[in-house]
Write a protein that binds this ligand. Structure first.
Ligand SMILES: *Cc1c(COP(=O)(O)O)cnc(C)c1O
Length: 366
């Protein structure tokens, strides 16, 4: 039996290595020194992956899927009299605006359409017109389409206006090099099951320590109080407030060691970029057009437009590809019929080559 009946070409949960999965074959307690030291090691590694200026940043781990962790930041970082501007060009940007509104936070949407990169000029205009905005949120790679937003430009503009910057780097952190201190990012959010290549169960925040300390007592939720979670992890040196996903944490630690063995984020980014280049080129030869231009395409996941042929059905294509050993991902936008192929996880150039061959064999619509 192969380890897995198929390769996940999805944006997470994704295909992980046997090494990462094997770390889950033991039961661990949550309160002893051994486990807490592991948590501390993870926190230190995350900060070092996020910046060279490690003294001013800290890492907090939080139970739940990525959305829970985004909500913990939105609900903890923004004070009662704060105001949030959100750049939106996909479902994840929209979700940040929705959670802010649910928490009764004054929210300004900067909606750009699904195929336009987050625009500095639009942000500039909103910040100039509404000086009471205190926080800016942006999704780095919009997994909805595969769009890579210009995080550096957005960060520069937000910082020029003195705003606190929240970056949803869920699907990019670990796969695209980011230096939070160089960009001035105050809160960066990601999760265990994306580019670090662990399994789902928790997320994490890399925060500017002084910004996080200023959040004491602000949270609108007990379980999602990011400050309290951090304060407990600091004071009790690696202790989570409530039951932590111990197996997932062990797998994540192994995934961090594996990332180091691969050569770090720069090397992983090269592998993802190579996967993505091979994919778009091969798909083009098979008659598939990418939704986005290369200029704003991330190396994480790619949207392809349905072939303009009446016989094409995504359901059938999906079913055939799954039998071939590849799980694809449906599209998520309203303006075009698309499907997505992710190339993050334990996915390599030879997998992309096998995928392209399999697609070539299965063009039932021609
Ligand atoms: C995966 C993802 C999330 C979180 O999604 P969950 O399903 O809650 O894990 C948030 N933002 C982006 C950009 C993502 O890719």
């Amino acid at each position: 039996m192969p380890d897995n009946p198929y390769l996940l070409l999805t944006p997470g949960p994704l295909s992980t290595t046997k090494r990462v999965k094997a770390a889950m074959l033991k039961d661990w307690c949550t309160w002893d020194r051994e486990y807490n030291d592991l948590v501390q090691d993870i926190r230190g590694r995350l900060v070092r992956l996020a910046t060279t200026d490690t003294d001013r940043y800290t890492a907090v781990l939080m139970q739940g899927s990525g959305t829970f962790v985004v909500e913990s930041v939105i609900g903890t970082a923004i004070p009662a009299d704060g105001k949030l501007a959100v750049l939106i060009n996909g479902a994840y940007g929209e979700r940040i605006a929705q959670m802010a509104e649910r928490l009764r936070i004054s929210t300004v949407r900067i909606a750009l359409g699904e195929t336009t990169p987050a625009d500095v000029a639009a942000l500039e205009a909103v910040l100039a017109a509404q000086p009471d905005i205190t926080h800016v949120a942006v999704v780095h790679t919009e997994t909805t389409t595969g769009m890579r937003n210009p995080l550096e430009d957005i960060a520069r503009t937000a910082k020029q206006h003195g705003k606190t910057l929240i970056a949803d780097a869920m699907s990019s952190f670990g796969g695209i090099a980011i230096d939070v201190a160089a960009l001035g990012i105050d809160f960066l959010i990601s999760s265990s099951n994306k580019c670090i290549q662990g399994v789902p169960g928790f997320g994490f925040v890399i925060a500017k320590t002084e910004e996080l300390i200023a959040c004491a007592g602000r949270a609108r939720s007990l379980s999602l109080d990011l400050y309290d979670q951090w304060e407990t992890m600091e004071r009790q040196q690696g202790k989570w407030r409530f039951t932590s996903p111990t197996h997932v944490v062990h797998a994540f630690h192994e995934a961090l060691l594996e990332l180091e063995d691969e050569g770090g984020i720069a090397k992983r980014q090269q592998r993802y970029e190579n996967n993505q280049r091979l994919l778009v080129r091969g798909m083009g030869e098979l008659g598939f057009q990418a939704l986005l231009p290369a200029s704003c395409q991330s190396p994480i996941i790619t949207s392809f437009v349905y072939p303009a042929h009446p016989q094409f059905s995504f359901a059938e294509f999906y079913a055939r590809m799954k039998l071939e050993g590849f799980v694809l991902y449906p599209g998520k936008i309203s303006s075009a019929d698309t499907f997505r192929i992710g190339n993050i996880g334990d996915v390599h150039a030879d997998d992309i080559a096998r995928l392209l061959e399999a697609i070539g064999r299965n063009r039932f619509w021609l």
